[in-house]
Design a protein around this ligand. Structure first.
Ligand SMILES: *[C@@H]1O[C@H](CO)[C@@H](O)[C@H](O)[C@H]1NC(C)=O
Ligand SMILES: *[C@@H]1O[C@H](CO)[C@@H](O)[C@H](O)[C@H]1NC(C)=O
Length: 404
């Protein structure tokens, strides 16, 4: 779960914002494993609200700790047309979006209860557990969409909306019912995502052989002559950083380039300092600065599956960026200025328009995906980062024990 906050100030605000949103963070004990909407509601006074085209409220449930955290703020547009509340790929995350003045309250968001979506039957298989995923569907599951991961050889079901349509910035995810959203994107050797989500009503749309051949033809080999060079970079830190981190970037090739910045993470801290984690029963939800930049290249099954531009989440009356995610379509367009909202600082001549110059500027290194890193498989990349969340909690507890 890691939900993010921002500490960078957007320097350019090219559009007029129409509505105000509550911008706050709160947490509460869960009731029967569900969020308690009454105790998990927060409001901001008018002078601390943010302005945007839409508001959000994100609910993160920590089952083992019986705690929920709710974060509210502003967003530039609905990710993939998601109005209302919906699970974001798993039962522990609910995302709500609305577009009326100060609408991100529990009342206007129906107590954060996810709306119903059609369900489909999918193949379920995990090669990590020694299963043979090539030979048809041995086990089935039901969810709101199916997932297939080619590198990690996994298939499964997702709940609510997958993360992929938001990543690709598609206008309305529900328009793709019955269709495939397939992609291969990478930002570093250890962060490669290669797979599809699908919702075919007749079911089992994530059968391995069929989707693998589809992926090869419609994603990997599509428009092979006409790809863009992109910066490839992954940088994380507890302090803000500037464009200097691009010195260690590499490049990759895709139909599009992307760049994402997140500036904060939500952590669950123990309210007391007992030595055994199992004994902890009071938790405090908090946000702390943690900066993560990812830039890379995206291949996708059709230009109609992507929308160029940026989605930005902000908080507070000065519109601090919590997260910004951009997709662009020219050589090396995914530079730092996109997420900082500033002018491109690179001298015009240094922005290469042709392959030749690109090669000189930044030698192309070919990546191979590294599947030893478990949390980079599609089920976690597409379905969010649940592993990272428990690691975050673990790391914090460890810190407490060390200090006290
Ligand atoms: C912005 O919010 C801060 C508190 O977070 C407040 O002190 C300040 O007055 C607000 N500014 C405006 C212009 O409302
Ligand atoms: C899938 O492909 C593999 C290897 O090409 C083959 O051995 C297997 O029989 C195929 N499975 C199905 C269900 O078509």
């Amino acid at each position: 779960m890691i939900i993010y906050f921002a500490f960078l100030i957007l320097t350019t605000m090219p559009f007029v914002f129409s509505i105000k949103c509550h911008s706050c963070l709160t947490y509460c004990k869960t009731v029967n494993g569900k969020v308690d909407p009454v105790n998990c509601d927060c409001k901001s006074p008018p002078n601390e609200q943010c302005s945007a085209n839409a508001c959000f409220a994100k609910v993160e449930l920590f089952a083992d700790e019986s705690t929920a955290i709710v974060q509210k703020g502003c967003i530039s547009d609905f990710p993939s047309g998601q109005r209302g509340c919906q699970y974001a790929s798993n039962m522990d995350t609910i995302h709500c979006f609305c577009d009326q003045d100060q609408c991100n309250t529990r009342h206007k968001l129906g107590s954060y209860i996810p709306s119903r979506l059609p369900s489909v039957e999918c193949c379920h298989c995990t090669s990590r557990h020694g299963e043979d995923c090539d030979s048809g569907c041995s086990t089935n599951c039901r969810g709101n969409y199916c997932v297939v991961d080619f590198d990690g050889k996994e298939q499964g079901c997702g709940l609510g909306y997958p993360r992929l349509p938001s990543f690709l910035r598609v206008d309305d995810y529900l328009d793709y019912e019955g269709d495939y959203l397939c992609t291969r994107y990478e930002s570093s050797a250890s962060n490669v995502m290669n797979g599809c989500v699908c919702t075919h009503p007749s079911g089992l749309c994530n059968e391995f052989n069929k989707t693998f051949n589809y992926q090869k033809k419609h994603v990997i080999e599509r428009k092979h002559e006409n790809l863009h060079y992109c910066y490839a970079l992954m940088h994380k830190g507890y302090k803000p950083f500037g464009q200097e981190v691009f010195k260690k970037s590499s490049t990759c090739e895709g139909h599009y380039c992307f760049i994402s910045l997140t500036t904060s993470e939500i952590v669950l801290e123990s309210a007391d300092f007992k030595h055994n984690y199992e004994d902890h029963d009071e938790f405090v939800g908090a946000a702390r600065p943690r900066f993560e930049l990812q830039a890379g290249c995206v291949k996708v099954n059709g230009n109609d599956k992507v929308q160029i531009g940026c989605t930005v989440e902000t908080q507070g009356n000065s519109s601090e960026v919590l997260a910004k995610h951009c997709i662009c379509d020219s050589h090396l367009c995914n530079f730092h200025h996109l997420v900082r909202g500033t002018d491109d600082p690179r001298p015009k001549a240094a922005i290469p328009g042709v392959k030749q110059t690109t090669n000189q500027l930044n030698p192309v290194r070919l990546y191979t995906s590294n599947k030893e890193i478990d949390e980079n498989d599609i089920l976690s990349v597409m379905n969010g980062v649940r592993e990272a969340q428990s690691m975050t909690i673990g790391a914090f507890i460890w810190l407490c024990i060390r200090i006290f």
